[in-house]
Write a protein that binds this ligand. Structure first.
Ligand code: DON
Length: 571
C-alpha cells in the first residue's frame, strides 16, 4: 500500500532453486518488496526485514498462530538480518494468548561463570570498553535458541516447518538490500580485527545492493537445531565450535555456561493507564518499569490539551524521562541478583513526589536530580517484531546482539555473530556504556547474572483483548520511544503511521542533554534552548518501531518503521 521497492532481479530461473518451503510460500528471496503499511484481516507480522515478515505471514497462513510466526520470523531474521537478528544474542518475548493469559519469556544473555566485577578493568585501573564492546570477551552466554524453545509450547506447527525457511535462506542465499550492504561494508575492518577465521561477511571488493549472501555454516547450525532441538545449539558440535572460538580469541564462555543456560518465564510488568492495561517486560529489562513510571507521571497531566510536539508537552516528557532514567541508573538490574524496588518505584506517592522539583519554565539540572528515595514497601542494533493472528494471540519480541553485528566476532564453523551484551552491564560505576548509560551495584557484573536491558516489547490491552503490539530497537532510547509512540496514540490521537514516523526525542538523565531526531521542529528546539536545555547533535534516526493496532472493526492496522528496510506482511 505504501512505497514498494523491488530490490533485486531474480538471479535464478524459476523458484525451484530457492527451496521447498519458500517456494510453497511464494517467497522469492531474490526479488522482494518493502511494504510499510497493511490492513490485515486475519494475521500480520511487522519486522525489520521483508523476507522475515513474509516468512512469518506464510506460517500464519499455513495455520500457525502468532507464536509460530514469531519463532519463524526470528529464525529468518537470524539469516537475512545479521545486523541484529541472531542465534548468538538474546531477547524478550511478551505475549498474550487467546485465552487471555499473559506471559513474558526472558532469554537475555548471562555473564559467563568466569566473569567478575572487574572483568573490563585493566591493571592500570582503567575500564577497557573496547573489550566489553568488541570481540570475544564482550560476549554473554547467548539466550535466543533457548528462548525460541521456551515459546514453542505455545505454538502449533512442527518446529521443522518454522525453521525450514531460515535453513533455505541460509543455504541458497538471498539478495541483500542497500542498507545491509552499507552495514556490512562499515564493519569490514572490525571483521578482520575481531575474527580468528574469515567469516562469510568479509568481502574484499565490498558489498552492494543485490549481492547474494549465502551462509552454509549457519545453515548447518540451523540443521543441528532442527535435529537436536535446544541441545543442537547448547551442546554437541555447535557448543564445541563456540567454545573453540572463545579459546582462539580469549573469550570466556565455557561448555558448562552453554549447557546451563535457561530461558526464564517471568510475570510480565503490568499496569493500568486510563482505559487500557499495558503489559511489558520486567527485569532484567528496565523497559516495563520505566514505561510504567513515565506513563503514570503523565497520566493526570492532560498532555492532550498541550498538543503533540508542543513546547509544553515535549518539555514535560523530557523532565519525566530525566527522572525515570536517574532511577534506572541506581536501582535497576537483574532482580535475581539485586533487590530492585520495582513496586516502590511506581507507588502513587512516589510518582507524585518524583515531579516535586519540576519547573515548566525551565530545564532541571541533572546534577540536582538524584535517583528517588522510594519509601519502604507501601504494599507491595536490536530488532523488534510485532505479530498478531486471527485467534486473538499477540506477540511482541525484541531481540538483540547489542551493537550492530554484536561483537563483530563470528563463531568459526557455526556462522553466526556472537553478541557484545556484556557492555550492557555497568563495567564500573561512573563509566558509561555504549549508550552513555551509567549504573552501579544493581547492574554490576556477577557470574550468571543478566545484564540490564532497555528492550520494551509491549502489548496494550483494552477490555482484556490485545489492542496495540509495539516495540523497537535503539538501546537506552527504547523505553522513551515506546513511551512516545503510546502517548502519540493514546493522548495525541495521531494516526498509527504518524505515531511511528514522526520524529522522536530522548533524554536519559546523564549525559544531561536532549537528543532529537532529524525533522524535529526547529522552533521547539530553540525555545527549549532558551529554557536551559542542552541539545545534543541531532540524530538521523531513532529506532525502528513495528506497530500493530486493532481497529474498531477488528482488522489489524500494521505499520513498519520508515527508518529502515522494515516491512509488513499479512492477509
Ligand atoms: O538490551 C538493550 O537494551 C540493548 N542491548 C539494546 C541494543 C539496541 O537496541 C541496539 N539497537 N540499536
Amino acid at each position: 500500500m505504501k512505497k514498494q521497492f523491488v530490490l533485486c532481479i531474480a538471479v535464478l530461473s524459476g523458484m525451484a532453486g530457492f527451496g521447498q518451503a519458500l517456494q510453497q510460500a511464494g517467497i522469492n528471496p531474490f526479488a522482494y518488496k518493502i511494504e510499510k503499511k497493511l490492513i490485515a484481516h486475519k494475521g500480520a507480522v511487522a519486522s525489520a526485514h521483508p523476507l522475515a515478515s513474509l516468512v512469518g505471514a506464510a506460517i500464519l497462513k499455513q495455520g500457525g498462530n502468532a507464536f509460530d510466526a514469531a519463532i519463524a520470523t526470528q529464525l529468518a531474521l537470524a539469516v537475512v538480518y545479521p545486523n541484529a537478528g541472531n542465534l548468538g544474542g538474546g531477547g524478550f518475548l511478551v505475549g498474550q494468548l487467546s485465552n487471555g493469559k499473559q506471559l513474558a519469556i526472558d532469554y537475555r544473555e548471562k555473564a559467563p561463570a568466569a566473569a567478575h566485577k572487574d572483568l573490563y578493568i585493566e591493571s592500570n585501573g582503567q575500564a577497557n570498553t573496547e573489550k566489553s564492546q568488541l570481540g570475544h570477551l564482550a560476549a554473554g552466554v547467548p539466550g535466543t535458541v533457548a528462548g525460541l524453545f521456551a515459546s514453542y509450547p505455545y505454538a502449533k506447527l512442527s518446529f521443522d516447518k518454522l525453521i525450514n525457511p531460515a535453513i533455505e535462506l541460509a543455504t541458497n542465499g538471498f539478495c541483500i538490500t542497500a542498507a545491509e550492504a552499507r552495514g556490512l561494508n562499515a564493519i569490514q575492518n572490525d571483521l578482520k580485527k575481531y575474527n580468528t577465521q574469515a567469516p562469510v561477511f568479509l568481502k574484499e571488493q565490498g558489498w552492494k545492493e543485490g549481492d547474494t549472501l549465502r551462509q552454509p555454516q549457519l545453515a548447518a547450525t540451523l540443521k543441528r537445531i532442527t535435529e537436536k532441538g535446544k541441545a543442537g545449539f547448547y551442546e554437541g558440535e555447535t557448543a564445541q565450535l563456540i567454545v573453540e572460538e572463545m579459546r582462539r580469541g580469549n573469550g570466556i564462555i565455557s561448555l558448562e555456561d552453554l549447557k546451563n543456560y535457561k530461558a526464564v518465564s517471568r510475570t510480565p510488568h503490568r499496569f493500568a493507564y486510563k482505559d487500557v492495561v499495558i503489559v511489558s517486560m520486567p527485569m532484567p529489562s528496565s523497559g516495563g518499569l520505566l514505561l510504567n513510571q513515565m506513563m503514570k507521571i503523565v497520566e493526570d497531566k492532560n498532555l492532550k490539551s498541550m498538543g503533540f510536539h508542543s513546547l509544553a508537552s515535549v518539555q514535560l516528557m523530557t523532565e519525566v524521562m530525566r527522572r525515570a532514567y536517574a532511577d534506572r541508573a541506581e536501582y535497576m538490574g537483574d532482580a535475581d541478583f539485586y533487590p530492585v524496588p520495582v513496586r516502590e518505584l511506581v507507588t502513587p506517592g512516589y510518582i507524585k513526589m518524583r515531579m516535586k522539583d519540576y519547573n515548566p519554565e525551565k530545564a532541571t539540572d541533572s546534577k540536582q536530580v538524584h535517583p528517588g528515595k522510594p519509601l519502604p514497601k507501601e504494599s507491595d542494533e536490536t530488532t523488534h517484531l510485532s505479530v498478531m493472528d486471527g485467534q486473538g494471540n499477540a506477540v511482541a519480541v525484541t531481540t538483540t546482539l547489542n551493537n550492530s553485528y554484536g561483537s563483530r566476532t563470528v563463531i568459526g564453523g557455526a556462522g553466526f555473530f556472537i553478541n557484545d551484551e556484556m557492555d550492557d552491564f555497568s563495567v564500573r560505576p561512573g563509566v558509561p556504556n555504549m549508550y552513555g548509560a551509567l549504573g552501579g551495584e544493581a547492574n554490576s557484573i556477577q557470574p550468571g547474572k543478566r545484564m540490564l536491558s532497555s528492550m520494551t516489547p509491549t502489548i496494550v490491552t483494552k477490555n482484556g483483548k490485545p489492542y496495540i503490539v509495539v516495540g523497537t530497537p535503539g538501546g537506552t532510547t527504547i523505553p522513551n520511544q515506546v513511551f512516545q509512540t503510546l502517548i502519540n496514540l493514546l493522548e495525541f490521537d495521531l494516526s498509527a503511521e504518524d505515531a511511528v514516523y514522526k520524529p522522536k526525542f530522548h533524554h536519559q538523565w546523564l549525559p544531561d542533554e536532549l537528543v532529537t531526531e532529524k525533522g524535529f521542529p526547529e522552533e521547539i528546539k530553540m525555545s527549549l534552548k532558551t529554557m536551559g536545555y542542552q541539545l545534543a547533535r541531532e540524530r538521523n534516526s531513532i529506532g525502528r518501531t513495528e506497530l500493530i493496532r486493532v481497529l474498531q472493526d477488528g482488522k489489524l492496522e500494521v505499520i513498519a518503521d520508515r527508518r529502515g528496510d522494515d516491512s509488513v506482511a499479512g492477509f
